[in-house]
Ligand binder design. Structure first.
Ligand SMILES: Cc1cc2nc3c(=O)[nH]c(=O)nc-3n(C[C@H](O)[C@H](O)[C@H](O)COP(=O)(O)OP(=O)(O)OC[C@H]3O[C@@H](n4cnc5c(N)ncnc54)[C@H](O)[C@@H]3O)c2cc1C
Ligand code: FES
Length: 501
């Protein structure tokens, strides 16, 4: 089965209608937003509508982060979260979480209608399904939570089975959710706000001092409020985010199936995890988007390309897919208690992160919550999402210790490992750790045969990066920074490139 050599996201497969020059002067503004994904763009748009003066800076191009590499289901059904939330935070906060996400979905729907945005927005039911009985008790507990919270949904094996071409043992539906094309949606918002908001692409925030952000080109932006929408906060801001977030990568492919898929958005609770939804190609044909294969960043047990191969096999076996038209992967951040960190972090600084792969609604919640904090000084969701919340449950502490032990191990064990290959044995398109002048070095041989050498020590906090063969990048297992084979930062929290060797 053909799989493209390079990663290409279906959402990014068109020319962006607008591009923006990098920042070339010092500026002041009421609000400075760092990061041009769904969080940053929506927050900028909302604040501009409130009459605020806003500067938005993006390290690469707008939507180049996780937002351009998502599967874009708009849903308050975040896996099986409500039973967990009732047990850990109580019924009231679990209900508030549901309301925040439903409100976010309704806002997206209204905005698409209000601005007449052509972004394939359609209402869909969302399902969590199982294929064996092992996870049935989990589904039943979640069903109980739905009933307690008055969520519109329930068990509906028959509908899921009607739409999915493989055995479905049981399915839990949440009705009236949605899907869209997130990049087309955000491009329309950018178009709508471009005269009000100062937008700069290829402008990386490197540090913050007081109310001033310094970019990697040496320019400054001083603002009353700073919104950190950089996915992993690019600076810790006393939030301890390096100890409270862990990054997970997952994969998606776009295929044409021979069995037409009718409707709905699906995610499996049993392993290996699989996600299914449909989108449309330019010519109106159906594109199936199949996702799954999660693993901690920089820590895959197999070659990363094999994750795509497994999704392709699944698509062929069940949907009769022949070729993979698109393939992409990305990462998202998970918090200790599974609730994102959104809100006031420090002095004039707001953060929004930790969406656990549900950022279409969580990013929208963040935009509303932060706008309310800046404009009105409060939000009904502030306490639930408070990034400074302290009350950790014993299970959270276990995760916290486990994650930090793993990070510490990555810091040390990486350094002890020996070379994986010799420079001479590297094939075009291959990367590995080699020994150069007696030192461990990252090497990648490009298609023309030229080798690119980097110091694989992550410039964030010194962990050793690992080669990701599918994306041709050096990925850090500690907090998820990623670097190109030439060492440029692809994803933070690192802001400095890997040293060239
Ligand atoms: C494979 C996959 C599938 C997913 N599917 C779904 C789904 O179906 N539904 C759903 O709700 N969610 C889903 N998610 C999650 C969702 O896509 C993310 O939570 C969301 O896109 C995160 O948006 P963001 O704006 O916070 O971050 P990003 O989109 O990553 O934006 C952050 C931006 O900040 C920029 N940046 C970083 N550092 C700096 C700096 N120092 N200076 C300037 N700019 C900087 C980056 O370049 C980037 O563009 C999925 C995630 C993955 C990985
Ligand atoms: S991302 Fe923190 S050490 Fe690499």
């Amino acid at each position: 089965m053909y799989i493209p050599k390079q990663s290409i996201s279906y959402w990014k497969d068109h020319e962006a209608p607008r591009s923006f020059a990098p920042l070339q002067a010092n500026l002041t503004s009421e609000v400075v937003i760092v990061g041009g994904g769904i969080t940053g763009i929506l927050t900028a748009w909302k604040l501009a509508k409130e009459g605020k003066q806003v500067v938005l800076i993006e390290a690469g191009k707008l939507t180049d982060g996780t937002t351009g590499f998502t599967t874009a289901k708009i849903s308050a059904q975040h896996g099986l979260i409500y039973d967990h939330l009732i047990r850990t935070l109580g019924k009231e906060k679990a209900r508030l979480y549901y309301e925040a996400n439903q409100e976010a979905a309704a806002f997206l729907n209204r905005t698409v209608d209000g601005l007449e945005i052509d972004c394939d927005f359609t209402l869909q039911d969302a399902y969590v399904y199982i294929t064996t009985n092992e996870m049935r008790p989990m589904l039943e507990k979640e069903l109980k939570a739905y009933k307690q919270l008055g969520i519109d949904g329930g068990l509906d094996q028959a509908s899921a089975q009607m739409n999915l071409p493989f055995h479905v043992e049981e399915a839990l539906v949440m009705r009236g959710q949605a899907q869209f094309h997130p990049v087309k949606f955000l491009e329309a918002l950018v178009q709508d706000m471009a005269e009000q908001v100062h937008i700069f692409e290829h402008t990386r925030a490197e540090s913050v001092e007081g109310k001033t952000v310094r970019t990697s080109d040496g320019f400054t932006i001083t603002g009353e409020h700073l919104v950190v929408a950089s996915h992993f906060p690019f600076n810790d801001f006393d939030g301890g985010y390096f100890a409270k977030l862990h990054p997970e990568r997952s994969y998606a492919i776009g295929v044409k199936g021979t069995n037409t898929f009718k409707s709905g958005m699906y995610i499996s609770e049993d392993q290996p995890s699989r996600s299914v939804r449909a989108a449309s190609l330019e010519n109106g044909e159906q594109l199936l988007i199949i996702g799954g294969e999660n693993h901690p960043v920089g820590n895959s047990k197999q070659k990363t390309m094999e994750h795509y191969e497994k999704l392709a096999e699944f698509a062929k076996e069940h949907f009769g897919a022949q070729d993979v038209l698109y393939r992409w992967s990305a990462q998202d951040l998970i918090t200790l208690d599974q609730v994102p960190y959104i809100g006031h972090s420090h002095d004039n600084i707001y953060v929004a992160t930790g969406y656990a792969k549900w950022g279409m609604t969580s990013g929208t919640v963040a935009a509303g919550l932060i706008t309310d904090l800046i404009v009105k000084g409060n939000s009904r969701y502030a306490e639930l999402y408070d990034p400074k919340r302290k009350k950790l449950k014993p299970t959270d502490i276990k995760t916290f210790v486990g994650q930090n032990t793993k990070v510490a191990k990555d810091l040390i064990s990486g350094k002890l490992k020996t070379a994986e290959k010799t420079v001479d044995s590297l094939q075009p398109g291959e990367g590995a750790v080699v020994i150069v002048d007696g030192e461990k070095t990252g090497a990648y041989r490009d298609e023309q045969g030229q080798c690119h050498f980097v110091d694989i020590t992550c410039t964030h906090m010194g962990c050793e990066t690992k080669w990701n063969d599918a994306e041709r990048s050096w990925d850090c297992p500690c907090h998820g920074s990623r670097f190109s084979y030439e060492g440029e930062v692809l994803e933070g929290p690192a802001v400095q490139p890997l040293k060239k060797k």
